[in-house]
Write a protein that binds this ligand. Structure first.
Ligand code: GLN
Length: 198
């Protein structure tokens, strides 16, 4: 199995490490850093956190945005964390400036509000209940995290924190507003890799 991790900025290394830890449990696999369309010959894609405006602009400039969209529309499993979740959502608003255009992949029936938790709580840890994916309660870090304010169509909320959606799924698209690659656990990556094997 080959997992491509978009590697412009953000926590590529930590995602790669998490995936490798799951490979150690379930069998062999390879992590491919994705920078160009030719790197997309993989079985699953991870879009890490970072700055969604930068990720979008760089992906657009390097011609990766449309190929990514195409691949995902064809059914390749994708995990988007934090800024990655923003990239995948169809509707994005900024908590401060309201609606503003930014290059998106825009494939999931979900609305997100960027920087939802504001400056006071730029970064915090919270316990998230993973029972929807048959997991327990785990502590995750949120870094200038968005909120998933709405899902519709086939998209479903998988976890909430104080009534705000923090994890959602639509078919083979999985998003989290937190950083599962920084938790020291691999439940989210395991769940994602199980989606690929199905
Ligand atoms: N605040 C960032 C954005 O809007 C996301 C932060 C993150 O990925 N940790 O793109």
């Amino acid at each position: 199995m080959k997992i491509g991790v978009v590697a412009y900025q953000g926590s590529f290394e930590e995602h790669a490490l998490s995936v490798k830890r799951v490979f150690d449990k379930i069998g062999k696999g390879e992590v491919i850093p994705v920078k160009k369309p030719k790197d997309l010959d993989v079985d699953g894609i991870i879009i890490p956190g970072g700055e969604s405006t930068t990720i979008g602009q760089v992906a657009l400039r390097l011609g990766l945005l449309d190929p990514l969209k195409e691949k995902i529309n064809q059914g390749i499993p994708v995990l988007g964390t934090c800024a990655g979740a923003i990239m995948l959502s169809k509707e994005v608003t900024d908590a401060k400036v309201g609606k503003k255009g930014q290059p998106l992949i825009g494939v999931m029936d979900a609305s997100v509000i960027r920087n939802y938790y504001g400056r006071q709580r730029e970064s915090f840890e919270a316990i998230v209940d993973l029972e929807e994916i048959e997991g327990g309660k785990e502590k995750f870090v949120f870094i200038r995290a968005p909120a998933i304010s709405k899902v519709w169509g086939k998209a479903k909320a998988l976890a909430t924190l104080n009534d705000v959606i923090v994890m959602a799924q639509e078919d083979q698209i999985l998003t989290t507003t937190f950083h599962p690659e920084l938790s020291g656990t691999t439940s989210i990556h395991e769940y994602f890799l199980r989606m690929i094997k199905r």
